[in-house]
Design a protein around this ligand. Structure first.
Ligand SMILES: O=P(O)(O)OC[C@H]1O[C@H](OP(=O)(O)OP(=O)(O)O)[C@H](O)[C@@H]1O
Length: 251
């Protein structure tokens, strides 16, 4: 199937189906505009009676709002719920989501399944000499443990705790002389990884690498370069042009 999207002068988007068939839309999905474009295409596709027996799939590489997987305060909006309701209103037969921040996305979005990031982690792992995997917090432990089993690699858990409001890193293992590969779902500013990488180096780690699926890095790489040797990520959030970063193309 084929579709066209046009934009009016006031920024309204409209879609037109130019060839019928199964619908498979692939988007970054990290903007509300992306989701509205999808809604326009799906509405046009649904309107055509010839598509009634066809299948519709939506692939989202970087789901907007995935971190807001709970109501943080009683007087604040639960953003992932709002976003999920909008996606559910489009009634896709299948929604695929690359490495969601938590299982809440999969619970809230109907017919959803996870696309694993394992193949990208494996590519990063194979670029480094005999690395130990490091999980940066409790949330990342389960996934990193699963990857360690699949790669037959060692895992060292770490935890982020706050003492008098100041984040402190607790590493639960010996990293002396080791190459470390920190694995997590996303980097926003990257402060979590900067702190962890400096602590790993302080405890004698040889080199420290970072893998994240969704690479925002909103404050650039200058400070991260002080303690991290190289970053591996996908381009699910944006394209990055920097020798410090290896990006696996998903979109
Ligand atoms: O780049 P940074 O600003 O350091 O942020 C990155 C961290 O933030 C996210 O977790 P989050 O704090 O949202 O996890 P939570 O679900 O435990 O609150 C993500 O999983 C990383 O661990």
């Amino acid at each position: 199937m084929k579709y066209e999207i046009k934009r009016f002068k006031d920024n309204q988007v409209a879609a037109k189906i130019v060839e019928n068939g199964n619908l498979h839309i692939k988007i970054r999905g990290n903007t509300y505009e992306d989701l509205f474009k999808v809604a326009a295409v799906k509405d046009a596709w649904d309107a055509d009676i010839e598509n009634k027996c066809n299948i519709s799939i939506l692939t989202i590489y970087c789901l907007i709002g995935q971190r807001s997987d709970r109501r943080f305060h009683p007087n604040e909006s639960f953003d992932l719920k709002i976003i999920s309701k909008f996606i559910n209103s489009m009634k896709f037969d299948k929604v695929e989501i690359l490495h969601p921040h938590s299982a809440v996305s999969l619970a809230l979005i109907n017919n959803s399944t996870e696309i694993s990031c394992f193949e990208y982690v494996k590519q990063a792992y194979n670029k480094i000499e005999n690395p130990v995997l490091v999980s940066p917090d409790a949330g990342a432990y389960k996934t990193t443990h699963y990857f360690a089993e699949k790669l037959n690699a060692d895992i060292i858990p770490s935890n982020k705790v706050r003492i008098n409001g100041i984040p402190q890193i607790k590493i639960q293992g010996n990293v002396s002389q080791k190459n470390c590969l920190i694995i997590d779902d996303l980097a926003d500013g990257g402060r979590t990884f900067k702190l962890l990488a400096s602590e790993l180096k302080k405890q004698g780690a040889n080199k420290v690498f970072l893998y994240v699926t969704h690479a925002q890095f909103n404050f650039g790489f200058r400070e991260l370069k002080e303690s991290i040797n190289h970053i591996f990520c996908t381009n699910s959030y944006k394209d990055i042009d920097d020798d410090f970063v290896t990006q696996y193309k998903v979109v």
